[in-house]
Design a protein around this ligand. Structure first.
Ligand SMILES: C[S@@+](CC[C@H](N)C(=O)[O-])C[C@H]1O[C@@H](n2cnc3c(N)ncnc32)[C@H](O)[C@@H]1O
Length: 424
């Protein structure tokens, strides 16, 4: 690692700038090579710094506010935020202050604010970790907080924010034996059968990775496939399949799986994942709407969505997005449900799910699908599987999963799932 820490800090700052001012997502920036110029441990450091700054951004801003007469330009603000995160995380003040003063000084437009950066960060250093700890849990940006409060109430949203701030443990789905995977990885088996590992470190170094004994999948994301029950020998279509967590569950359960995804690059990941775990599925790169094979016993539609259920892992999302794309996603989900129903055998089952916290991408989609398709019903009996709290069952017959659930176990991603049955 570079001793000054400057390369990692500059990269973290650059990531933060692109996320907060250009609406780019961290995963997309990293896939595009944002960390490539760094040494391995600097890469991890830069990503951790940016992630921590996003997770604590609202708290950092509240800590900075008393020391700023007016909000400085984004370049300075993001340097200050990173400084707060490091100083309140216990890093030595001298190195942190120098590094962010340098980052502010390297930009011609903000050069003149080096003194301000130095003065503010020294005040933050004096407050230290105690000043950080006494501040409230960071609030979600208003554009998302408002619809969440309207849907779930203020108290629930406070619980979600606590879960978002805590981050997420690593969850694994075992190919065959969850107890054995838990034993080998030092994890615990959750009530729904996923294995949870805390402080996992490097995923590829965990026992069983090379042997393909498990794959990474949040416990909530593992529930939709479980609701299909016994799929052995059944013809199952996974219509939005990449990176393949649910396709692998289906294949492991003995289904005859066809996995479709629009993205060639993401489908390569599905193929790599299937190969690692030694499972088979037919993979088809296609737009779901252009895929017209029919006669499936079951279809899994894990539709593209706002991904607001995954903020524990992706704290960049509320800062990169503003909700303006969500209307188009909601329309697409509706037409995808209709298209999927057309590919299903009479009497077949459609599992519709989204990793969203917004009812418009879950409960409302199912209510509206039921009113558009006569003879379509919701199967609620299948929701009663081990570990699923009956309280999570919704009025229209789906399952609402939220990050504030299982708070004593380490939370879960936000998800919605319903099992629809086509008329005979
Ligand atoms: C929520 S992810 C699916 C996650 C996957 N089911 C899993 O469990 O690993 C949504 C996927 O839909 C794909 N997608 C988006 N639009 C699509 C379309 N029109 N047709 C097919 N796939 C699409 C994306 O490439 C993305 O991989």
């Amino acid at each position: 690692m570079n001793q000054t820490g400057l390369p990692a800090r500059r990269t973290a700052h650059h990531l933060l700038m692109q996320i907060t001012t250009e609406g780019r997502l961290m995963a997309e920036l990293i896939a595009g090579g944002a960390l490539n110029q760094l040494a391995n441990d600097d890469r991890a450091r830069a990503q951790r710094l940016a992630t921590d700054a996003l997770r604590g951004l609202d708290r950092a801003d509240r800590m900075l506010k008393p020391y700023l007469k007016k909000t400085p330009p984004d370049h300075v603000m993001n340097a200050l935020r990173l400084g707060v995160i490091e100083l309140c995380g216990g890093e030595a003040a001298h190195g942190v202050v120098n590094a962010y003063v340098e980052i502010v000084g390297r930009n011609k437009r903000t050069q003149a604010m080096k003194g301000l950066t130095n003065a503010v960060l020294r005040k933050i250093a004096a407050e230290g970790p105690e000043g950080w700890e006494k501040r409230a849990v960071p609030l979600t940006p208003g554009w998302l907080r408002q619809p969440l409060v309207a849907a779930w109430g203020r108290e629930a949203v406070v619980g979600m924010e606590a879960a978002h701030f805590s981050g997420a443990p690593l969850d694994l789905t075992a190919k065959t034996d969850a107890d054995a995977v838990a034993k080998a990885t030092g994890g615990t088996v959750l009530p729904t059968g996923s294995v949870r590992v805390t402080n996992a470190g490097q995923v590829t170094s965990l026992p069983g990775y090379d042997a393909g004994e498990w794959w990474v999948q949040d416990a909530a994301a593992a529930i939709p496939v479980k609701l299909l029950g016994d799929v052995k020998g059944r013809k199952v279509l996974d219509l939005c399949a990449a990176p393949g967590g649910k396709a692998m569950q289906l294949a492991a359960a003995g289904a005859d799986v066809t996995a479709v995804d629009l993205s060639e690059r993401r489908m390569e990941r599905v193929q790599e994942n299937l190969t690692r775990v030694g499972l088979k599925a037919r993979t088809v790169v296609s737009d779901a709407f252009a895929f017209e094979e029919t006669g499936f016993d079951a279809i899994l539609l894990d539709a593209p969505c706002s991904a607001t259920g995954t903020i524990r892992r992706h704290p960049d999302l509320p800062y990169a997005k503003d909700g303006s794309e969500f209307g188009a996603l909601i329309d697409q989900q509706e037409t995808m449900i209709d298209h999927a129903l057309g590919l299903l055998k009479p009497g077949g089952r459609l599992v519709f799910c989204t990793c969203s916290l917004l009812p418009d991408e879950g409960e409302v989609q199912v209510e509206e699908a039921l009113s558009r398709h006569s003879g379509l019903t919701v199967d609620t009996d299948v929701l009663r599987i081990p570990g699923v709290d009956p309280e999570w069952i919704t009025q229209e017959g789906g399952l609402r999963l939220r990050p504030d659930y299982w708070s004593d176990l380490g939370g879960m991603d936000g998800f919605y799932v319903a099992v629809l049955q086509k008329a005979e």
